[in-house]
Ligand binder design. Structure first.
Ligand code: GLY
Length: 369
């Protein structure tokens, strides 16, 4: 059984996110109708070893033969050098605009392959086949593609919506437990933003998903994609509402930067989980939501095995964190913009947040003054 979530609205061509089990085996029949010619599967070396052969076999059997283009695993592949190499390979393959790029992998592969597809011949079609929980619930949906530069992450990119997203729940079984938990942070984030009933489910029966239970994961992916699809449909280019998806990210991104984007020390989802707890605690401190809500979020995040307190991520200086938060690309005109909450399921964009208050808060959270 599969579930199809439509993504539509704005100026982009509508597409579908298909969520279900065993979808990788259906890659060929689902992609072939989109590709009048050939396909190129961009993936990383780890995913190629796990799923590359099956993906190519399925595409070939369906009459959309593909070639595999592998990149090294890890954030380092989101670079100008790797983008150039990928585009050069596409040119060498003589790909044309009737052909389709398939991004098979996690967020790094999706971002890099998506940007290559956006640039190649002014844009060719691409299909996202996310193989991590984080990519299934967040980065594969919504058309954000990007690479990093030494001056910051995701600063060079394009909005390029995929033609199709295939989220196969079965591939999550090959993920390390820590990566599933990390993706779970983005799932919790979606409930916190706008769906208190979903958050209640994630706190109870659904919590099994954080430990890899496929049925819970499937339901969590479907609801997350529905929420993200609705937000992206309203505000593709992040002029307003889409910024809500950054809940936990302004605190989290500053912390990740201080840790040196070392996934072994602090995975992205762990930073987001901690950032969500901090956003709720800041909201409670400012009287915007109840202390009970902030404490409940912390308990649910902790139960999922994710960090809730700053000292779990290391030692930090308040001024350095604040400078990173203010310099974050989500800040506008130097003012601090945070995603805060009036309670579970009631996040909002708070502009012009007083930096001095945030500094005091960071010190109360354990940062040094
Ligand atoms: N990951 C946030 C967004 O897609 O807008």
């Amino acid at each position: 059984m599969t579930t199809t979530v439509p993504v539509s609205g704005g100026d982009f061509r509508p597409y579908e996110v298909v969520v279900g089990r065993g979808l990788l085996a259906e890659l060929g029949p689902r992609v072939a109708p989109l590709a009048r010619g050939r396909t190129v599967v961009i993936t990383d070396e780890t995913v190629a070893g796990l799923h590359g052969k099956a993906a190519l076999a399925s595409l070939k059997a369906a009459g959309a033969p593909g070639r595999l283009l592998t990149v090294p695993p890890g954030e380092g592949s989101k670079s100008f050098a790797e983008l150039e190499r990928v585009i050069d390979r596409l040119l060498a393959f003589r790909l044309d605009r009737t052909d389709v790029v398939v991004a098979l992998g996690g967020g790094v592969v999706g971002d890099l392959a998506g940007l290559a597809a956006a640039l190649y011949m002014r844009g060719i079609d691409f299909v996202q086949v996310p193989t991590t929980l984080l990519a299934q619930v967040d980065s594969s949906v919504g058309g954000k593609t990007a690479i990093d530069t030494p001056r910051g992450k995701n600063l060079i990119g394009a909005f390029h919506q995929p033609r199709l997203v295939l989220a196969d729940i079965d591939v999550l079984a090959t993920l390390p437990a820590r990566q599933v938990k990390s993706g779970w942070a983005e799932v919790l984030k979606h409930g916190l933003i706008c769906d208190a009933a979903f958050f209640d489910w994630l706190a109870g029966e659904g919590a099994a998903g954080a430990k890899g239970d496929p049925a819970a994961l499937e339901r969590a992916v479907i609801r997350s994609v529905e929420i993200k699809s609705a937000v992206v449909g309203e505000d593709e280019k992040e002029a307003g509402r889409r910024a809500l998806l950054n809940l936990g990210h302004t605190f989290g991104h500053a912390i990740e930067t201080e840790v040196g984007f070392d996934e072994d020390a602090l995975a992205h989802g762990e930073a987001v989980a901690l950032g969500c707890c901090m956003a709720l605690r800041y909201s409670a401190r400012e009287g915007l939501c109840s202390a009970e809500d902030a404490a409940r979020v912390e308990a649910v995040v902790a139960a999922a095995g994710l960090p809730t307190r700053l000292d779990q991520a290391g030692a930090f200086e308040a001024d350095r964190l604040l400078a990173l938060m203010a310099g974050d690309k989500k800040a506008e005109g130097g003012a601090l913009t945070l995603i805060l909450a009036h309670g579970v399921g009631r996040a909002f964009v708070a502009k012009g947040v007083d930096a001095a208050k945030v500094r005091t808060f960071l010190i109360a959270e354990g940062a040094t003054g």
